[in-house]
Design a protein around this ligand. Structure first.
Ligand code: PRX
Length: 650
């Protein structure tokens, strides 16, 4: 962290907004002034941009750490994303422009999208889904993912989207935790030219999910209906999506939802082996998603907004679906990989569809850098006018490359810090207002109260410390599904009275925030959040493994990679085959995203005298650093031996 801090401190480049951009910007300094004058009035103003069926009676009811926003108010999130755009000129505007990996395309106007959502909502009702019931969604990046989410929102069902890259076991655990009654999946989804057999994985998961009464299957894989290799349908339980929808009316009245009624659960990794079901409610979440989309992305009627995140992550919830559609924007949705069939796929997409606002992750930008400038240079990117970054700290070199080779020097960059738990963007530049510095997320969004503290919880005006939030915000998580004690313990106990985000940060002399990554046992691998404990649990689940310790190590492209130190059981011989088998085992347990890059077999792990594994030392070893203090170890020789082995491992 110290090296990183020094490099960032040296970053002296400044990018003030151009006069031209500032003159036409959606955001203005007045937003900051209004929020500073009266934070709650500012958020009320943002909430008024939505359509409410019943006005709220109280803007905020805060009984720490539980917030109720816009209490007494009623609205329907899907109606806000669809119906209210149908009476004017937006009715025939593209809501979703979609491109599949093989190159197939579909466009849904707001009118067409509303009709599909109505049909899907009626189909869910026919399957017995009622307000408050949980629906699991395990889909590739196809329009049906957004349609399914909005259909749930329309009838007041709570969706739990599970990223299509997760394993059967991960899907099963999430379905069980939420006791979902319906699962919406697809026969398959394309990734790098291959079809991922989602239905087969889903079948394996559902075999252990007694709560599931129906499985709805979107036809996507090239096998298609009747191709048993892709989707074997279980009579009575499984239904083809298109057949169900065909029978339904496109009209489904939106359910009046209380502002605090649940909109969705989204599972994310924490510091224990069990993912947490992050609970988001309706009115506050949509208010923040919509307001941040409008101001952070300088949204205009004619924009083509492309957020490259998968709907399986929170970025896909807030900035592919809810934020843009609540604003009546046109979004581009793409199914596949950035390097398929060639490494210029993203630039081709931008040129073909005339993308104006592009929001992606530093891990992608670093891959583009590695692939070279010729790819973006070969395409017409002149429609781009604003760039965004999310998911992990963006290093200044990646920022500059993005600025020069994608933005051609004239697109502002918004680096947006937030989390699954925050629901929407929290720290960001406002284009046209903020002077940016490469590598800094700049300053809190209006109405967001962020404070740096030291290890004792004492506020610091600047320097390096921990990022905390001091006031509730509309999009905040309400609890952890089924485990409010864990909610209080995880977020509110480290620094009493404050929400602790788990991130280290530095604040400079100008009050700018520089994010330094997680300070807990949560890894950020290629923008994917993975708990070290989850990977450890997956490893020790293998019959050959006695003990495992997992750490993150710095990685050029992924930000962090996973390094595992494994002790095998008595009588087991470590081998290259076992290493491969362990990697596959982790993929089976969690998903391919959690496969360790390095696995080192060791007879012992460095432990304190009380038996605690010293992960800090393992991280030093994995990152090739000189060893830190080893005096508290039960056996200091263990770590020296490990370091030697790690260095020799190739
Ligand atoms: O460590 C921070 C990092 O991603 C974490 C949140 O991960 P997740 O809940 O999966 O949500 C990711 C997308 C919002 C944070 O605790 N992070 C996210 N955005 C940034 C970031 N770190 C630095 N700069 C960012 N812009």
């Amino acid at each position: 962290m110290a090296d990183q801090l020094d490099t960032l401190l040296d970053e002296g480049r400044r990018f003030p907004p151009s006069a031209e951009f500032a003159a036409n910007a959606v955001a203005t300094q007045a937003l900051y002034d209004a929020a500073a004058r009266d934070r709650l009035a500012f958020w009320e103003e943002q909430a008024r941009a939505l359509d409410w069926m019943t006005p709220w009676t109280r803007v905020l009811d805060w009984k720490a750490p539980h917030a109720r926003w816009f209490d007494g108010g009623q609205l329907n999130v899907a109606a806000n994303c669809l119906d209210r755009h149908l009476s004017g000129p937006r009715r025939n505007k593209a809501a979703i422009i979609w491109e599949g990996e093989p190159g197939d395309r579909r466009v849904y106007t707001y009118w067409a999208l509303a009709r599909e959502v109505g049909r899907a909502a009626n189909a869910l009702k026919r399957l017995g889904v009622r307000k408050g019931d949980r629906v699991a969604i395990y889909l590739p990046m196809v329009p049906e993912a957004a349609i399914a989410m909005l259909a749930c929102a329309r009838i007041g069902a709570v969706h739990s989207v599970v990223f299509g890259g997760f394993s059967a076991e991960s899907l099963r655990d999430r379905i069980q935790d939420a006791t979902a009654t319906v699962l919406i999946t697809a026969d398959g989804g394309y990734r790098r030219g291959q079809v991922l057999p989602l239905k087969r994985i889903a079948d394996e998961a559902v075999a252990d999910c007694p709560s599931i009464r129906h499985v709805v299957v979107v036809r996507r894989g090239h096998g298609g209906e009747g191709d048993e290799s892709f989707a074997e349908m279980t009579e009575g339980r499984d239904h083809w999506w298109h057949r169900l929808l065909d029978k339904e009316s496109p009209h489904c009245p939106p359910e009046a939802m209380d502002s605090e009624d649940l909109l969705f659960i989204l599972y994310t990794s924490g510091t224990t082996g069990k993912p947490k079901g992050i609970v988001h409610s309706s009115g506050g979440y949509l208010t923040q998603a919509a307001a941040t989309t409008k101001y952070v992305f300088d949204l205009r009627e004619e924009d083509i907004f492309w957020c490259t995140a998968d709907v399986g992550w929170v970025t896909g919830h807030s900035y592919v679906v809810y934020g843009p559609l609540a604003n009546g924007a046109t979004v581009l949705m793409y199914e596949g990989a950035p390097d398929w069939p060639e490494r210029d796929r993203f630039w081709k997409l931008i040129a073909r569809h005339g993308v104006t606002v592009f929001y992606t992750a530093p891990t992608a930008i670093r891959a583009f850098m590695k692939w070279g400038t010729s790819h973006p240079a070969a395409h017409d990117l002149s429609t781009l006018r604003l760039l965004g970054s999310v998911g992990e700290p963006i290093n200044p070199e990646a920022w500059m490359w993005y600025h020069e080779h994608v933005g051609r020097g004239n697109c502002p960059i918004v680096d947006t810090w937030w989390q699954t738990e925050t629901g929407g963007i929290m720290i960001t530049a406002l284009p046209g207002v903020t002077t940016t510095k490469p590598g800094s997320a700049t300053t809190p969004f209006p109405g967001i109260s962020v404070e740096l503290v030291d290890t004792t919880g004492k506020p610091m005006a600047k320097g390096g410390g921990f990022l905390t939030l001091t006031e509730p915000w509309p999009g905040m998580l309400r609890t952890i599904y089924g485990d409010d004690a864990r909610y209080q313990e995880t977020y509110w106990s480290r620094f009493p009275g404050r929400y602790f985000a788990g991130d280290g940060a530095k604040v400079d002399d100008d009050g700018y925030w520089w994010l330094l990554g997680r300070v807990d046992d949560v890894l950020n691998v290629a923008g994917h959040r993975i708990g070290t404990m989850e990977v450890e649990s997956a490893l020790v689940d293998h019959p050959s493994v006695a003990e495992a310790a997992v750490v993150g190590k710095a990685h050029e492209l992924k930000g962090q990679a996973i390094a595992a130190f494994v002790t095998v059981k008595e009588g087991v011989k470590p081998s290259a085959e076992l290493r491969d088998d362990l990697r596959e085992h982790v993929a089976r347990k969690i998903g391919a995203i959690a496969k360790p890059d390095d696995i080192l077999f060791s007879a012992d792990l460095p432990k304190t005298r009380s038996g605690k594994i010293m992960r800090r030392l393992l991280k030093d070893i994995a990152e090739g650093r000189a060893l830190g203090d080893t005096t508290t170890l039960a056996d200091p020789n263990v770590v020296a031996r490990l370091k030697e082995m790690y260095e020799d491992k190739e």
